[in-house]
Write a protein that binds this ligand. Structure first.
Ligand code: C2E
Ligand code: MG
Ligand code: MG
Ligand code: MG
Length: 288
């Protein structure tokens, strides 16, 4: 029967499919207005240093508060924005907004921004980054851009040279969702990333499956040898955290610590104590 044929077997004239196309078209139009209407918002999820437990920075994650649709997931609207080219304007807004917000945080905190492959093909990207750094007055080493393996699969030469230019500004580059794409190890030779983000799919069953544990362990050790730091994504429970500690990964991120929250709700916690460089004497004491 029709049901058993599933979605892929559906006829071209399937009314449900037509609804989907119309839905996409109307989302495209709505998205065009979303920026000007102020419906886009950044939420921030903390990245914690494993050794100290301190917050090291936040990843900016895009949220769309649509008047009728409610909160629309980036997994739904980012692909539409990419197909229609709207990601260029939206992505530029994200970079400016994230840096504007970062400027209000204590100076040891960084901000990570996701970059889509389409943004890398935009001639204006470098200028957008330079301009946003200048107007926010945030030091360039506090900005980290997250890219995925997809980006390196396309016209390599141009993307790699642009990545070098961005890094030349002092901006950090992280490889996001590591392990989910193709021939990952080759990408580690194509560019000296500052950080590898180990995908949630390996972290989620690290405590239950020896193979996931072995993979995370190997990636952390490989990253270390390549002078790259590591962030484990999607840490949800204490068992996972305990396993991750043993691997020596640099940072952890996940619902165990916090989901992404609006800027106004962030609690940065205590600033890490400055290291003593004069033989252990305390160099800085806050008045009680
Ligand atoms: P991502 O960059 O890998 O971001 C991590 C995603 O995992 C986020 O989903 C985050 O909320 C979710 N997450 C974090 N910790 C946990 C956990 O412990 N458990 C589970 N189950 N999930 C966790 P979100 O915010 O829905 O974003 C989805 C994706 O959308 C992002 O994946 C990123 O690829 C994309 N995205 C988000 N914001 C932007 C943006 O400003 N620009 C671009 N180009 N893409 C963005
Ligand atoms: Mg990311
Ligand atoms: Mg990720
Ligand atoms: Mg992801």
């Amino acid at each position: 029967d029709a049901k058993s044929r599933g979605r892929r077997g559906a006829s071209v004239f399937d009314p449900a499919m037509q609804d989907e196309v119309q839905d996409r078209r109307s989302m495209e139009l709505d998205l065009r207005a979303a920026l000007t209407r102020g419906e886009l918002e950044l939420h921030y999820q903390p990245l914690l240093d494993v050794e100290s437990g301190d917050i090291a920075g936040y990843e900016a994650l895009l949220r769309w508060n649509h008047p009728e649709r409610g909160s629309v997931s980036p997994a739904v609207f980012i692909p539409v924005a990419e197909e229609t080219g709207q990601i260029i304007a939206i992505g530029a807004w994200v970079i400016r907004e994230a840096l504007r917000e970062c400027a209000t945080w204590p100076e040891h905190l960084s901000v990570s921004v996701n970059l889509s492959p389409a943004q890398m093909r935009d001639e204006g990207l470098l200028n957008t980054i330079v301009g946003a750094l200048a107007s926010s007055r945030v030091s360039s080493d506090r900005l980290e851009l997250e890219i995925t393996e997809n980006l390196l699969m396309q016209d390599n030469e141009d993307n790699i040279s642009l990545l070098h230019k961005i890094r030349g500004l002092g901006v950090k580059i992280a490889l996001d969702d590591f392990g989910t794409g193709y021939s990952s190890l080759n990408y580690l030779r194509s560019f000296p990333f500052d950080k590898i983000k180990i995908d949630r799919c390996f972290v989620s069953d690290i405590a239950d499956r020896d193979d996931s544990d072995a993979i995370v362990d190997a990636v952390v050790s490989l990253a270390g040898k390549l002078n790259m730091r590591t962030t484990a994504e999607g840490v949800e429970n204490d068992e996972q955290l305990a396993k991750l500690r043993l691997t020596g990964c640099t940072q952890v991120q996940g619902f165990l610590f916090s989901k992404a929250r609006p800027a106004a709700e962030l609690d940065h916690g205590d600033a890490p104590r400055p290291a003593a460089h004069d033989g252990g004497k305390v160099t800085h004491i806050d008045p009680a």
